[in-house]
Design a binder for this molecule. Sequence first.
Ligand code: MLT
Length: 407
Amino acid sequence: MIRINENYAKLNASYLFADIARRVGAYASAHPDKALIRLGIGDVTEPLPAACVEALHAAADEMSNRATFKGYGPEQGYAFLRELISRHDYADRGCRIEPDEIFISDGAKSDTGNIQEIFAADIRLAIPDPVYPVYVDTNVMAGRTGPAADGRFEGILYLESTASNGYVPGVPDAPADLVYLCFPNNPTGAVATKAQLAEWVAYAKRNRAVILFDSAYEAYIRDPAVAHSIYEVEGARDVAIEFRSFSKTAGFTGTRCAYTVVPKTLMAWDSAGRPQALHSLWNRRQTTKTNGVSYPVQRAAAATYTEAGMSQTRGLTDFYLGNARLIRAAMARLGLACVGGENAPYIWVNVGRDSWEFFDLLLEKAQVVCTPGAGFGRCGEGHVRISAFNSRENVETALGRIGAALR
Ligand code: MLT
């Protein structure tokens, strides 16, 4: 008799964003006359930058010609893209990341979900709360936790991010082996200073731990004092893996392209206490399980590093940050305290009541979709996340409706 992986039974019945989509779908079919505005899942709405579209067209032409046609590409990604990333995203910021330490993939979601496969089953996990649910759920699926009680899984050291620590958890007294960090943060929009990241790097060194640093929202940083990469911290090459994405930077949520940096100097240990390079393990995993990202999409991603591409992607992130400013101002007018939205596309609003109840209120009274904070963890209760990803017109309409609904 074939048996299921019963770790799946420990998870909530569904993935947070799938759950929200189901509730919103049910509301929409019951009220076909009501126009919904979605400020829930962080999905971009503005078209791809023109430089990327031109590159996609040119690559499609190459694929139509026998002389320039491409079959399987390198599983790790094409050298042209890895070199651009190494130069612009790292060397230009004073970080030494070689092109062959960069792995191109279809998304930071896949990579942050899959990376746990290269670590032992019995490692100690430290995961923020609130948090992007993928980090927790993939470790639950892999059997690294016990069952959940009161919204928390046995076996995870939760790093609480609340107003009292400015939504940036300090290093715990207890040791952990694998630490997930995300800055600019999803869902709170908080950013960490270089000094705060340096404390985490020192913690990882002390504990021979690895930090998984998700910086998918790096392109939204406007404060010049905030680090864009964990590798800006001295010594981070020896303790951290970094995840980046073109999704929120250049509108690639549907196009799919991201990358993960695994420095060759980063080690973990086998059961005999011998150091092993994680780069080799991730390379082995990727070459076995994926053929990478399509050639036209990698050409489109490369176009974000042209002069036109850089200015167009900056225009996109500026646009969404403009939405974020409007959302913050509207929340302030309503007397709701909020953080985020200054160096991130998410605004974390303290609604002072049950977050699913507030989600339902906005859906039913304003036809606006947000994300209930409780879905990101116990510390998210009492909050909702509002995403700045939408057209200006929709954001303005949504804010008008929210104002009317809460008056
Ligand atoms: C979110 O809304 O948190 C993001 O869109 C999720 C993702 O990027 O996968």
